[in-house]
Design a protein around this ligand. Sequence first.
Ligand code: FPP
Length: 233
Amino acid sequence: MTNNKKIPTHLAIILDGNGRWAKRRNLPRLMGHRAGLRKLEQMVRLVKREGIRYFSVYAFSTENWNRPVMEVTGLMSLFRYYIRKKVDEIKSEGARIRFCGRKDKIPEDLLQQMKWAEEYTADQNILDFILCINYGGRAEIIDAVNSLIASNPQAPVTEQDLRKYFYLPDVPDPDLIIRTSGELRLSNFWLWESAYSEYYFTDTYWPDFDENELRKALDDYAGRERRYGGLKS
Ligand code: FPP
């Protein structure tokens, strides 16, 4: 699946449609999330093969706590399972795992696992695989503003001053954001960082998103002209 075309340095995906995928099959929603996780594992390998350097996924938003308790605890268990069973595989692929989001509300044992996984894979440098869990773009901006204020900065502050306090300040802004399942919105993902991102939407539910779909999205991106507010080059 290699080509000589322009590829995104940072690819971000909003993993949407697990619930509807399950419903269509008369399965519980959690089965949809499990199928979504299997797809994610495959996608990490494909993304790495494409030479993408940063791959981030919106796995759980600051608003997802409002879902039924059973679904929330099921998702937390899926995150635990993933870290327990799959980190070695991820590491052997040369990927570093990073978590992005607020640390409050996440069960203490899961937080410890997340910290361990980050440390355990920190020396890998082929791909940064970023799992946005308990992430919200507005929360990130508010958290950064509060940290900036606490640092007692000299006015006027700049964008760079604020950016230093984002959750992952070294990660470049997403070049391409894909959203599956036919919804046409950002839902509080990478709010600040997406200012100049390209978007790609597909009706496909996340568990059905495949190599072919990824190819289509990357080909589409390769054909886009990014001007960042400037003029045609
Ligand atoms: C949105 O689909 C999906 C989620 C809220 C969860 C995504 C999580 C996974 C794919 C598992 C990831 C696991 C790890 C370890 C990162 P939805 O439930 O809103 O679907 P719907 O809109 O069809 O109901």
